[in-house]
Design a protein around this ligand. Structure first.
Ligand SMILES: C[S@@+](CC[C@H](N)C(=O)[O-])C[C@H]1O[C@@H](n2cnc3c(N)ncnc32)[C@H](O)[C@@H]1O
Length: 467
């Protein structure tokens, strides 16, 4: 029996686990959860704790480096924690994502794994994100190498990502390869300007400091929205910084600032002040245009979102006479995308702001055969609602990571719509829900789609047909 804080030799990494970690097996068959490794690696590691019944170990040294490895592109890899799979060849990332979906269908849904089709890769494996959020911090993360060098740290301020597990520390970022390089230019300019002017940066322990966050959003037609978040209403400094950004980057479509004096960083309840430009940026998927405001949710990989929606449309096999329900519709992006292929589409979403956006976008695109309802799907999608709105021919559902509430699944089972297209960002909850639905539905196929290269995240679309 392995003891804690013991060196375990020759652990072979055999599979991936959640949150970018991997699963390894030692020579006695004990299983470990290990960070910083990829399948095929063999490592000597220290077993230091047990979590949820699993042994957790830390790599001491590599005995064999896996052939699935590649050189990480980013200088911040391993420190910032953003894309944990940069050292994993893209083919292998895809292989293990597809396997994760198949494993979930076999082990959780208890169904035939051969229903899972080959994964749809992403053409751009870097620079694919359309939204990045960076934090200012007065106490940056000091790397182990810096700490060991004993050199005096003079640059303590950072603008970057929170160090995983240490919320009050931020890893300073010079270059991020997830969004178009214009984002790096804006972020680096803000940091350089604020340092030169000696603006104070937010301190997460004392909750003081002028500069808090910056959000950078862009669209596939190259419109940019930049929102700078301040802690204090220091009008002169806000004006000085915003005017400098505007002059340096006149191409920014929407330039906002926010003064957030709350303890938490959420901005849904805060006022966005438009400093320059137009209030919304425009995204386009196929023929449909979406106006995106600073509080609007949008899929973070626009090019792949279109492919994801095309997979869903293909599975739905829509007919011009079809009534479609789009559960968890967000700002109606799928509903509006499919409206020209069906008779009527009806979206349900709990965030009122998103439904407002859906209605604005509906008008923008001159779409008349769509309707949107605000509220929790489990409360709105009821027998009465279905009776007054009609029995759908197709239900498209795209719930959050937690999957669908059991009440919603019961309603779907009673409703008996001929087809359900289930989009998910969590194969485990999708498989759990499919298992419940398989009482009345046959799983026809599942298509994994890679929306987030360099990370362990995976999206999948399943088609279910009434038995
Ligand atoms: C994965 S997103 C999908 C959004 C949209 N289908 C898209 O492609 O952009 C899930 C959406 O469900 C909404 N949501 C989460 N829980 C909900 C609930 N219980 N009832 C209604 N909407 C919910 C979220 O606000 C979010 O917009």
């Amino acid at each position: 029996m392995a003891k804690k804080n013991k060196i375990i030799p020759n652990i072979t990494i055999i599979d991936i686990a959640h949150k970018g970690k991997s699963i390894g097996k030692d020579e006695n068959g004990y299983v470990y959860l290990i960070e910083g490794t990829v399948p095929g690696d063999v490592v000597n590691a220290v077993y230091y704790k047990k979590r949820k019944g699993l042994r957790v170990a830390k790599v001491l040294e590599h005995v064999i480096y896996s052939e699935r490895r590649t050189e990480a592109k980013c200088d911040h890899f391993g420190v910032c924690g953003g894309c944990k799979w940069q050292h994993f060849q893209y083919d292998s990332q895809l292989y293990f994502k597809e396997k994760q979906v198949r494993d979930a269908i076999e082990r959780i849904a208890m169904l035939d794994g051969s229903k899972v089709e080959s994964i749809l890769p992403c053409d751009d494996i870097y620079y694919y994100r359309n939204k990045m959020e960076y934090s200012f911090c007065s106490k940056r993360w000091i790397t182990e190498a810096e700490a060991e060098s004993n050199a005096e740290i003079t640059d303590k301020k950072a603008l970057g990502f929170h160090r995983p597990g240490y919320f009050s520390k931020v890893v300073n970022i010079d270059t991020c390869h997830l969004q178009d390089d214009f984002g790096n230019q804006v972020r680096n300019f803000l940091h350089a300007f604020a340092l030169e002017k000696e603006y104070s940066y937010y301190d997460y322990d004392t909750q003081r400091g002028l500069l808090r966050n910056v959000t950078l959003r862009n669209t596939s037609i190259n419109e940019w929205m930049v929102s700078v978040i301040f802690r204090d209403r220091e009008e002169e400094k806000i004006e000085e910084l915003m005017s400098a950004v505007q002059q340096k980057f006149p191409e920014i479509t929407s330039l906002y600032y926010v003064v957030n004096q709350k303890q938490n960083d959420t901005l849904y309840d805060q006022e966005y002040h438009l400093y320059h430009g137009v209030p919304k940026i425009t995204e386009q998927l196929g023929d449909v245009k979406y106006n995106i405001g600073p509080k609007s949710f949008f899929q973070t990989n626009s090019l792949q979102a279109k492919k994801l929606y095309d997979v869903a449309v293909d599975m739905a096999g829509l007919d011009a006479e079809d009534l479609v329900y789009d559960l968890y519709t967000g700002l109606g992006s799928i509903a509006l995308y499919i409206a020209d292929q069906c008779k009527y589409v009806l979206g349900i979403e709990e965030i009122p702001q998103a439904i407002e956006d859906a209605k604005v976008n509906q008008e923008l695109n001159g779409i008349e055969n769509a309707g949107f309802y605000t509220g929790d799907v489990k409360d709105i999608f009821t027998a009465d609602f279905i009776e007054s709105n009609g029995r759908p021919d197709v239900v498209i559902t795209d719930p959050p990571r937690a999957g669908m509430h059991e009440t919603v699944i019961q309603t779907l089972l009673k409703l008996e719509a001929p087809k359900i297209v289930y989009i998910s960002c969590n194969p485990a909850t999708q498989a759990r829900d499919i298992k419940m639905l398989s009482e009345s539905y046959e799983l026809v196929k599942v298509k994994p789609v890679d929306m987030f290269p360099q990370t362990q995240h995976i999206e999948s679309v399943a088609l279910l047909k009434l038995k």
